[in-house]
Design a protein around this ligand. Structure first.
Ligand code: DGY
Length: 323
């Protein structure tokens, strides 16, 4: 008998075909609507493998319903949607999709930085509204990127890829990280700083740490108050790392100049979200890794992990060591 795999979203046919070669596959049929919890609870009961997305909460209560689950393959590098400790204690492997999305996410992070600094969205809206009367000296003036100081909070793969881009813009790059990285410092000309110094000195602060209990609220009122009034905050990691109420106040009062956000505390946000009322916010719907090629690579990587686990092997991107 083939194992059963449940896929929580409609994914590409090519990937489904690969899964079907090894398993009986059941899949939530919608591409743009997450699987309802009650459906997931029903389907997980007899599933041997789960192929899921960052929008699915895979918690202890859900795992308790699973009688045969061996592998949870998340189609994302971040896996804060999964209770990994609960999976580990139940002997369930958990995997993610690192590496393949690094450059694409760094591209988006830099694009968001540029768009926010140079008010690209605001300027485009201004023109489309028919407000453009004349060229004028200070119309829609932004902040220079070239030669500015970038502070990267979290120098993982994406942080390093961002630093490389920044160097091409002749930026001075500061970073803070749990561990110091002398090789990266030498290779890319980076300067290590503690978080407060980085916040004080940077013209652009990019948050690129994973979401964990330790990084929740990492950028709050105190941290925003340390930043320059001309500075720009960019977050392309996870929403809860930046305190949104504190950010709103900092942007409104002019404590910082602007923010570019690809992620939010509770996604999706509606058009009535307070941050969207501010002209100095550029907001995107969590599209950091959204290129066709990268999303396909992530999809296949999650399938590789899942198939390897079902075959009894150790998946290449295991994030836990189940007992
Ligand atoms: C991830 O993979 O964690 C991103 O947030 C989506 O690509």
């Amino acid at each position: 008998m083939k194992p059963k795999v449940y896929v929580t979203r409609k994914i590409d046919d090519e990937i489904v075909a690969r899964l079907e070669a090894a398993a009986d596959v059941a899949m939530w049929p919608e591409a743009d609507v997450p699987v309802p919890r009650e459906v997931l609870e029903r389907e997980i009961r007899d599933a041997d493998g789960l192929y899921c997305l960052l929008t699915d909460t895979i918690d202890e209560a859900l795992m308790a319903k699973a009688e045969r689950l061996r592998i949870i393959a998340n189609m994302a590098v971040g896996y804060n949607n999964i209770d990994v400790a609960a999976a580990t204690s139940r002997g369930i492997q958990v995997t993610n999709t690192p590496g393949v999305l690094t450059e694409t996410t760094a591209d988006l992070t830099f694009a968001l930085l540029m768009a926010t600094a140079r008010r690209i969205v605001e300027a485009s809206d201004y023109l489309r509204r028919g407000d453009w009367v004349t060229w004028s000296p200070m119309l829609l003036t932004g902040q220079d990127v070239y030669g500015a100081t970038l502070g990267i909070i979290g120098l993982g793969r994406i942080g390093e890829a961002l630093a490389r881009r920044a160097k091409a813009f002749d930026m001075k790059v500061l970073y803070c990280n749990r561990t110091r990285k002398p090789q990266a410092e030498e290779r890319f000309g980076l300067t290590y700083a503690d978080k407060d110094d980085l916040l004080r000195q940077s013209d652009f602060v990019c948050v690129l740490v994973p979401y964990t209990p330790d990084t929740r609220g990492l950028i709050g009122e105190r941290e925003l108050a340390l930043m320059k009034p001309t500075s720009v905050l960019i977050n392309t990691s996870r929403g809860g790392i930046v305190d949104e109420s504190a950010l709103y106040r900092a942007l409104k009062s002019g404590a910082i100049w602007a923010a570019g956000l690809d992620v939010f505390e509770r996604e999706p946000i509606g058009a009535d979200h307070p941050l969207l009322t501010l002209p100095n916010v550029v907001a995107l719907p969590h599209i950091g890794s959204a290129s066709v090629r990268t999303r396909m690579r992530m999809g296949h990587m999650a399938a590789d992990n899942l198939l390897q686990a079902l075959a009894g092997g150790t998946p290449p991107n295991l994030v836990n060591v189940p007992g």
